[in-house]
Design a binder for this molecule. Structure first.
Ligand SMILES: Nc1nc(=O)c2c([nH]1)NC[C@@H]1CN(c3ccc(C(=O)N[C@@H](CCC(=O)O)C(=O)O)cc3)CN21
Ligand SMILES: CC(C)C(=O)C(=O)O
Ligand SMILES: [Mg+2]
Length: 288
């Protein structure tokens, strides 16, 4: 696996030209609580990273790539190797945003030590700055173990897709008072354990607002509330490149339709022998 990732602004006497944009840092993200909302999108490829990076504060290499890139039924089958390959591509394509990478299901739950080994391996392989893991009270000691050893951790509470086989689906969470209290306790536990930020996914809005008020680090909402300290969406959902989308998605583009139109136009040209045209053909001699 290649580990050629972008270095920070490399200035020296030999090369005094500063890089155009300095990459944001995890502490800068933590300090952003309560200010202008933080902008986060997922990216899985070098090109999507290049296009999204200038507009974001953070890029997430989400395990949602299982469904979006690989056509898997959930995020449960996603492996560390898949995350490493896509994480390295996203780091190569980004210069500005903090790159956060999901720890996949099965790579961190068994023990803090196992979590550290796998998280450290992922950061080495990719050059990402931080990991994200799902869970609350049960994962708090693991969050602390990683942070104390140099790995920044983003939490993720509420609708935690890696637990789909326990939860039974992707419905909104926190509709009963008991469930609401549990989600709030989960967010507080990971925040107090040292998480630099916490994703709140698929919860009824008052829970997201309460958590945002009660924890010291920024909350990042998805299907949560505009009162969160930031928002995240899956890039492909927002672009119209993924068919089944949740209520919390707003489509800013219909790239799927546009790609279909382009493929249809190409197919018509080929079948009518309009492609290739003169400009796409190599002449036997002279320029061309
Ligand atoms: N493309 C994509 N976008 C995501 O946001 C995403 C993934 N993939 N994969 C991992 C998880 C799974 N997520 C999901 C998946 C489905 C729903 C969904 O269909 N929600 C329905 C309600 C479902 C129910 O009530 O049972 C909705 O209408 O919002 C929500 C979140 C969020 N994450
Ligand atoms: C939806 C976000 C928060 C995520 O975890 C993912 O894309 O995997
Ligand atoms: Mg995820």
């Amino acid at each position: 696996m290649s580990t050629t990732y972008t270095l920070d602004t490399a200035t020296s006497r030999a090369n005094p030209t500063p890089a155009p944009m300095k990459r944001l840092t995890v502490p800068a993200i933590r300090r952003a609580k309560g200010g202008t909302p933080l902008v986060m999108l997922t990216a899985y490829t070098v090109r999507s990273a290049q296009l999204l990076d200038p507009h974001c504060d953070m890029l997430l290499v989400g395990d949602s790539l299982g469904q979006v890139i690989y056509g898997l039924p959930s995020t449960v089958p996603v492996t560390l190797q898949m995350m490493a390959a896509h994480g390295a591509a996203v780091v190569r394509g980004s210069y500005h945003s903090v790159v956060v990478i999901d720890l996949p299901f099965g790579s961190y739950e068994a023990s803090p030590e196992k979590a550290f080994e796998n998280a450290a391996w992922l950061l080495k392989e990719t050059g990402a700055a931080a990991v994200k893991l799902e869970g609350g009270v049960a994962m708090a000691s693991t969050v602390r173990f990683l942070v104390e050893r140099g790995i920044p951790v983003m939490g993720h509470v509420g609708l935690t897709p890696q637990a789909v086989n326990v939860l039974g689906g992707y419905g909104a969470r926190g509709r009963t008072p008991e469930e609401a209290e549990k989600i709030i306790a989960d967010a507080i536990a990971v925040a107090e354990a040292g998480a630099f930020s916490v994703v709140i996914e698929g919860v009824v809005e008052p829970i997201a607002i309460e958590i945002t008020k009660r924890i010291a680090c920024p909350t990042i909402g998805i299907g949560a509330s505009a009162e969160c300290d930031g928002q995240v969406l899956v890039g492909e959902d927002m672009l119209g490149l993924f068919e089944r989308t949740a209520r919390f998605v707003r489509r800013y583009e219909t790239m799927g339709d546009r790609i279909g139109e382009a493929a249809r136009a190409y197919a018509e040209d080929v079948r009518a022998r309009r492609f290739p045209g003169a400009e796409q053909i190599y002449a036997p001699r002279d320029g061309g």
